[in-house]
Design a protein. Sequence first.
Length: 427
Amino acid sequence: MRSALWRILILAFLVGLFDLPGHALNPFHTGQAFAATSAARQEPPAKPKRSRTSPVRLSPTALGLTTIQNLRTARSPGLTRLVLDLDAKARPSKHPQLQAEGVTIEIPNATLGPSAKAKLAAGRIAKPFIITQSTERSVEVSLPTGSFQSYKLLTLANPPRLVIDIIPPSEPLTTQSVEPPFDLTPPLPTPPQPAQPRAKSFKTIVIDPGHGGKDPGARGQRGTEEKDITLKVALKLRDLLSKQPGLRVLMTRERDQFVELEDRAKFANGQEADLFVSIHVNSHPQRSVKGIEIYHFGQAKDQRALEVAARENGTPLNSTGVGWEYLVADLLTAKKIEESLELAWTAKEAMVTNLNGHYALVDHGVKTAPFYVLRFTSMPSILAEIAYISNSAEEDLLRTGLFTARVAEALEEGVKTFLASAKLATR
């Protein structure tokens, strides 16, 4: 009897335990109780709505978006160009379909950066390009019907860019070619376009052979000195460019002479040079490193670029990059930086094209660093590191006339390519 009583008490305790909120359903409940409990679980009490005044958004980097950092347009009588400067590769729609309203090139997984948005808001993008952030993850470039004969889309790397070239229509646009004659809807107002200043032709080029005199620069294992190689290449480049009509070519030194960095920059500025090309030979603690790289002025993006600038400047590493952002604001214009980037790109591409078939060339790309001669010159300026003298194989190449001649020819081609495309630039 006592055993049976204990069993009843234990069973009652278990029934109460399973009925507690948050525990499993009591298996001894009736079907009605089960249904009620189930319904209560399917419809929990409504939670208060969260305020939508401060939505949480992932940053573009976290979302894997490419940022369009800058927009540039330029125009000549037969061509209009749009350049989109990116912070990473982009994959636009390669073959967009021609619609009644025109062509729309979609750039997925992309967003407009602050500088690009500011230019759009100020109406600083030349017609006929219409650029919109169609969605949070997509940018579109539209070309209205009748505004072009043909277009070309180019995807460039190192640095990443998208280039859209259009050939304008040969005949003036008529109302009928754009919209039906019976549509009298007034066109939407367009932002005022800034006045286009007259394009300035490039006439004076200053070539700067690095180091010289008491400053030998980097030395190779066989005793080759940087100052001798840079002068040899610079003299050949001068002779090649001097053959081009309308060009005046000057040099910061024409012999084994020491010239202060400050005097090099003052010389170029005093001659009102249109381009400045400084020639150097690289060096690296690891002797296996070889290749070419082209610099224009800016913040060093990595420790190695800062080390190269410190070595060429002859300044301590910890003070080489100090204050570069203020110098950009005070002494340089955005136009100079943009043109220096273009010059660096064309020079690097020409070197890769001309040398790659003859040598096992390593392309280190276009970089930025606070070089003194690039910092204080007022015109588009680049510094070319044409090889690594610390690499025994490349030191041997630098000692040959054939290699230095080909380097000079490659730089000449890069300069000529830039001068040809500079007709598009608005100044």
